[in-house]
Structures are given as structure tokens and as C-alpha cells.
Write a protein that binds this ligand. Structure first.
Ligand code: GPP
Ligand code: MG
Ligand code: MG
Ligand code: MG
Length: 342
């Protein structure tokens, strides 16, 4: 049997071809080609961690029982719905963050002749999700719960994204409001729900579980998602752009990044002055000043300390969970991101 990733990629081709032949729209050749290229450019090129986690989690919840081909297909389709959601968020996030590259290529809106058509492509990507769900899950007892889950998580993400964006508004740039509490709130909503809770929640629904009975699992996953976004903030400045496939813009964008929050916490008055003067300006010279201060404050060391503490804390909460199968799901997810470089 082919390995999991190639099975997963085959399902992408099936789902794409269904969307390209959607009877609800009369495709011209141009339209079909546009969607085809837009999907290939934005959907399958990432690490696929979120999508693959649905299949992994479902397997672990089944505790060693062999999955049928149908179950593998369905878990993969749900995984792809999350990858579609992620593609939709990233296409729009890159416009909002004025980013340059993503997954080692220009951001979609920067591709010649795409520009702000990318905004509509984002809307289309988002609308593909309920179409995939309708095609493959309509008769299932958990269909309504799936729709509700995707809607809730999208709402949470857009709300987190809004806080992320309005804190950076021109004229209201105020570093004194950047605290760990604000940071936590932003990342919990903009990242943790869709990246961590959603894949496991999809697997739980497929396994016939009621999500109301798994609030403890949700809390652990939100903790993991917070840790993941701290890594993302760290890599934005200290990661290798070749490896992470994107060039950081958090300093220029005046983002409430974990790094600036820590820097504010650790700075003396004179160092704070440097931050107030240079943070959130587009000029590379200003960015360099901020980065030099981050080095002076040894933020790499501070991050490493955070990373091991946070990891240990999450492992402890996982091990306190009564179900061994759920523990395995959570541990497998955590192992995928611990000390990641991309
Ligand atoms: C990641 O933030 C958050 C998202 C991708 C959610 C976007 C939500 C929308 C409703 C558009 P980030 O900007 O730090 O991610 P990256 O570093 O990958 O650009
Ligand atoms: Mg962003
Ligand atoms: Mg961004
Ligand atoms: Mg980032």
C-alpha cells in the first residue's frame, strides 16, 4: 500500500476534479484553468501537518483497528478541508500583512495578473469547503456538527485576526499595550483553534464522539497552538527564510509578536527607547536596530527556555488525561511541532 502522504495527495486530486466539474457552475476553459492553477498554487504546498493529523488522530482513536478504504478517504477529505481553510486564510493574511513569500514562492497576490483577484480566490477557497463536505458527508449523522465546527472555528480565527490587525493601526501604535495577555488572546484565536483543535475535533466527530465531552482535549490543544504560534513569531525573526519558506514582516508590521512582548519585559529604560523608536517602521535600518536589541537581550536563549518549559507543561497535561488513545493523539501532534525549524 502506498504511504499515507501519497494516499492523502491522491485524495486532493479527486476533490479538485470534483470542484472543477461542479454542476452548480458552467465552467469555461479559462475559469477551469484559473481554479486549477489557483488550487495547485495555494492548497497542497505546505507541510500538510494539519490535514495529515486528521488521519493520524482517527487511526489512534480507533486503537489499532484497521481502517477501511472508505474511512481513509473520508478522514483525508476532512484533512483537505482544513488545508483548504488554511489556504484561504494564508492568501488573505499575506495581503493583510503585506508579505512577500510563502512556502518558498511569491505570495499568491504578488503573482503577475493575480493581484487583488486573490481576494476573490480566498472567498472561493472558503466556499469550496462546504461543497466538499456536502459531496462526501451529507448523509452522515455528524454532518451538521461538522458544518457547525468549521463555521465556529472560522469565526474564532477571523476574530483573532482582527485583534492582530487592529493593534497595529497607524496613529494608535502603542507598545505599552503589548503584553503576554494580549498576545495569548490573539494567538489562541487566530491560530490555535483552526490549527490544533480543528483536526482533532474532525477525527473525534468521525469516530462518533460528542465534542461537548472533550473540552479538556480542546484546552490542551489550545495550549499547543499557543506554543506553535510562539514558534512562528520566533521563526519570523530568527528562522532561516529558505527553510521556513517565508520572509518575516512582524517587526515592520508592528505585530504583537511574542518576541516584542518579551523584549519589552526584559528591557531597561534605554533599551525600551530603542524599541519605541524603531519598532513598526518599514525601513531595513529600523528593523536592524530592533534585531540587534533582540540579540542583546538574548531572546534566542529566552525562547529556548520557554520552549522546554512549555513542552513539559503540555506533556504533563496530556499524561493527566484518562484515555490512552486520546493521550496518543495529543502526543503525536506535539511530536510533530516540538523544536520545529519550519
Ligand atoms: C497566522 O498569523 C494567522 C493566520 C494565518 C490566520 C489568518 C486569518 C484570516 C481570517 C485571514 P501570521 O500572520 O503570523 O502567519 P504567517 O507568519 O504564516 O504569515
Ligand atoms: Mg498575520
Ligand atoms: Mg502573516
Ligand atoms: Mg507569523
Amino acid at each position: 500500500m502506498a504511504d499515507l502522504k501519497s494516499t492523502f495527495l491522491n485524495v486532493y486530486s479527486v476533490l479538485k476534479s470534483e470542484l472543477l466539474n461542479d454542476p452548480a457552475f458552467e465552467f469555461s476553459d479559462d475559469a477551469r484553468q484559473w481554479i486549477d492553477r489557483m488550487l495547485d498554487y495555494n492548497v497542497p504546498g505546505g507541510k500538510l501537518n494539519r490535514g495529515l493529523s486528521v488521519i493520524d488522530s482517527y487511526k489512534l482513536l480507533k486503537e489499532g483497528e484497521a481502517l477501511t478504504d472508505d474511512e481513509i478517504f473520508l478522514a483525508s477529505a476532512l484533512g483537505w478541508c482544513i488545508e483548504w481553510l488554511q489556504a484561504y486564510f494564508l492568501v488573505l493574511d499575506d495581503i493583510m500583512d503585506n508579505s512577500h513569500t510563502r512556502r518558498g514562492q511569491p505570495c499568491w497576490f504578488r503573482v503577475p495578473k493575480v493581484g487583488l483577484i486573490a481576494a476573490n480566490d480566498g472567498v472561493l477557497l472558503r466556499n469550496h469547503i462546504p461543497r466538499i463536505l456536502k459531496n462526501h458527508f451529507k448523509g452522515k449523522p455528524y454532518y451538521v456538527d461538522l458544518l457547525d465546527l468549521f463555521n465556529e472555528v472560522e469565526f474564532q480565527t477571523a476574530s483573532g485576526q482582527m485583534i492582530d490587525l487592529i493593534t497595529t493601526l497607524e496613529g494608535e501604535k502603542d507598545l505599552s499595550k503589548y503584553t503576554l495577555t494580549l498576545h495569548r488572546r490573539i494567538v489562541q484565536y487566530k491560530t490555535a483553534y483552526y490549527s490544533f483543535y480543528l483536526p482533532v475535533a474532525c477525527a473525534l466527530l468521525m469516530a462518533g464522539e460528542n465534542l461537548d465531552n472533550h473540552v479538556d482535549v480542546k484546552n490542551i490543544l489550545v495550549e499547543m497552538g499557543t506554543y506553535f504560534q510562539v514558534q512562528d513569531d520566533y521563526l519570523d525573526c530568527f528562522g532561516d527564510p529558505e527553510t521556513i519558506g517565508k520572509i518575516g514582516t512582524d517587526i515592520e508590521d508592528f505585530k504583537c509578536s511574542w518576541l516584542v512582548v518579551k523584549a519589552l519585559e526584559l528591557s531597561n529604560e534605554q533599551q525600551k527607547k530603542i524599541l519605541y523608536e524603531h519598532y513598526g517602521k518599514p525601513d531595513p535600518a529600523n528593523v536592524a536596530k530592533v534585531k540587534a536589541l533582540y540579540n542583546e537581550l538574548n531572546l534566542q536563549g529566552v525562547f529556548e527556555e520557554y520552549e522546554s518549559q512549555s513542552y513539559q507543561k503540555i506533556v504533563n497535561s496530556i499524561e493527566a488525561h484518562p484515555s490512552k488513545a486520546v493521550q496518543a493523539v495529543l502526543k503525536s501532534f506535539l511530536a510533530k511541532i516540538y523544536k520545529r525549524q519550519k
